[in-house]
Design a protein around this ligand. Structure first.
Ligand code: PMP
Length: 402
C-alpha cells in the first residue's frame, strides 16, 4: 500500500515535470566538473554551486583539513555538551565573534553542524509561546520548517513588503517579536532591506534573525557579509552564517548577543542532541575564514563582482529578446533567469547540458508556482571567457526553443 501510494505521487511529479534527478559528480567542485553519464563521465562547465569564492578545492584548505585530521582525528565523538566541544570549535567561535563585534555589541558565536540545523535551532529555541515570528514568504526552507516547529505564533509577509510587516508588528501582542529573513534570498539573489528592517525593529522592539548563507564571504569589504555591506550595528541582529558555501567547507554559526547564544547552548535541540562537527572540519573552517578576510579573499570578491556585472549585462540583452522572461534585482553571485514555465526551464537546462554546460532548472516547491527558472550561480573561480560561453550557449538554446 505504501509503495503504491508513493509510486502514484512519483508519477504525478513526472507528469508535472517536477521529478528531480540525483547527479553523481565524479570530480571536485570546480567551474569544470565531471558528472556521471552514459559514456562514463562527462565534464561540464558548471554554474550551479554555492562555492562563490572558489575555496572548496583551495590547496591551503586541503592542507588544513589534512593537518586537522592528523592532529584531531576524524570525529568529535560526542555532542558539544558531553565531550565533543574541542579547541578548533572554540577558535572558530572566537574568530566569528570578532568578525561580528563591529555589528553586534559584545557578540558571541556558536558553531553548528549545518545551516539547516542552525535555523531550526534559532527558530525553535527563541520562538517559544511568548513570541511571534514574522517571516518573509521567500525565506529559505530551513527557516520555514523552523517556524513550523516553533511554539511561537507565525506571521508571513509577501516578499520584501515591509509595509505589511509594519502592520503586523503594530498589531502584535506577544512580548517577544522576531523578524526572520534571508539576508540574500537564495533563489533570487536580491538583498533584504536591512536598514529599514532595523528601523522597524527599533520602533517596535523586535529582533532580527538574519540568514546570511549567501552573503557571508561575498559581501562586505572583508567578506563579513550583509551587515558589513550595510555597515549596520545593533544588539538586535541575530546572524546565521553557513560555512559550506563561500567558505568552501561545511557547517554554520550563529552570532548574537551573548545571552542569546547562551540560551541556544542551553535549549536548542538541533545543537544539543547531535554529534559536534568533526574538529578537523572546524580547523579547516578557521583557515577558510582567515582566507576570506585576507587580501586574497578581497581579490576573489573583486573577481566575482566583475563576473556578476559581465553576466548581468549579457543576460539583460538576452531577456530583452524574450520579453516574458525576467531577471532578478540582484548584484550577488545568484543570478536567476526566470522563465515561468517548468517545462521551458527544464528544456533550457537540457539544451545547455547538450552543449556541455550545467545550469540547474529550479521549479516548485523550491520556487513559487509560475516562476520556474535557471538558477545561475557564479564563482570567483570562473573566468570571463567561461561566462561568455554561458551567454553564447544561452542565446543558442533560446533560439532552439522559439
Ligand atoms: N539558508 C539558506 C538561505 C540556504 O540557501 C541554505 C542552503 N541551501 C541553508 C540555509 C542551509 O545551509 P546548509 O547547507 O549549511 O544546511
Amino acid at each position: 500500500m505504501l509503495i503504491e501510494h508513493i509510486d502514484r505521487q512519483l508519477l504525478e511529479l513526472d507528469a508535472a515535470a517536477l521529478r528531480r534527478r540525483l547527479r553523481v559528480a565524479e570530480s571536485p567542485c570546480a567551474p569544470v566538473q565531471s558528472f556521471e553519464s552514459e559514456q562514463g563521465s562527462e565534464p561540464l562547465l558548471a554554474f550551479c554551486s554555492n562555492d562563490y569564492l572558489g575555496l572548496a578545492h583551495h590547496p591551503a584548505l586541503i592542507d588544513a583539513m589534512a593537518e586537522g585530521a592528523q592532529h584531531w582525528g576524524t570525529g568529535s565523538g560526542a555532542s558539544h555538551l558531553v565531550s565533543g566541544h574541542m579547541r578548533p570549535h572554540v577558535q572558530v567561535e572566537e574568530l566569528v565573534a570578532r568578525w561580528f563585534e563591529p555589528h553586534i555589541p559584545h557578540a558571541r558565536a556558536v558553531l553548528m553542524c549545518s545551516g539547516y540545523m542552525a535555523n531550526l535551532a534559532l527558530t525553535t529555541a527563541l520562538g517559544d509561546g511568548d513570541a511571534t515570528l514574522f517571516c518573509d514568504k521567500l525565506n529559505h526552507a530551513s527557516l520555514i520548517d523552523g517556524a513550523r516547529l516553533a511554539q511561537a505564533q507565525v506571521q508571513r509577509y509577501a516578499h520584501g513588503r515591509l509595509d505589511v510587516l509594519e502592520r503586523q508588528l503594530q498589531s502584535c501582542t506577544t512580548p517577544v517579536k522576531l523578524i526572520v529573513t534571508d539576508a540574500v534570498f537564495s533563489m533570487d539573489g536580491d538583498v533584504a532591506d536591512l536598514p529599514t528592517l532595523l528601523a522597524l525593529a527599533e520602533q517596535y522592539d523586535a529582533w532580527i534573525v538574519l540568514d546570511d548563507a549567501h552573503g557571508l564571504g561575498v559581501l562586505g569589504d572583508q567578506g563579513h557579509g550583509t551587515l558589513e555591506h550595510f555597515r549596520l550595528r545593533s544588539k538586535r541582529f541575530i546572524v546565521m552564517g553557513t560555512l559550506g558555501k563561500a567558505a568552501g567547507v561545511s557547517g554554520a554559526f550563529v552570532a548574537a548577543h551573548p545571552t542569546i547564544i547562551e540560551w541556544l547552548v542551553q535549549r536548542a535541540r538541533p545543537y544539543i542532541y547531535t554529534t559536534a562537527m568533526p574538529p578537523a572540519l572546524a580547523h579547516t573552517v578557521l583557515a577558510s575564514l582567515q582566507l576570506i578576510e585576507s587580501e586574497e579573499g578581497r581579490t576573489r570578491r573583486a573577481q566575482l563582482q566583475g563576473l556578476v556585472e559581465q553576466l548581468r549585462m549579457g543576460l539583460k540583452a538576452l531577456a530583452g529578446i524574450q520579453s516574458s522572461w525576467l531577471l532578478s534585482e540582484s548584484f550577488t553571485a545568484i543570478q536567476p533567469l526566470i522563465v515561468g514555465d517548468n517545462d521551458i526551464a527544464l528544456k533550457l537546462s537540457a539544451a545547455l547540458r547538450h552543449r556541455g554546460l550545467y545550469v540547474p532548472a529550479m521549479r516548485p516547491p523550491t520556487v513559487p508556482v509560475g516562476t520556474a527558472r535557471l538558477r545561475i550561480t557564479l564563482s570567483a573561480a570562473h573566468t570571463s571567457v567561461q561566462v561568455q560561453s554561458l551567454l553564447d550557449a544561452l542565446a543558442q538554446a533560446m533560439g532552439e526553443l522559439q
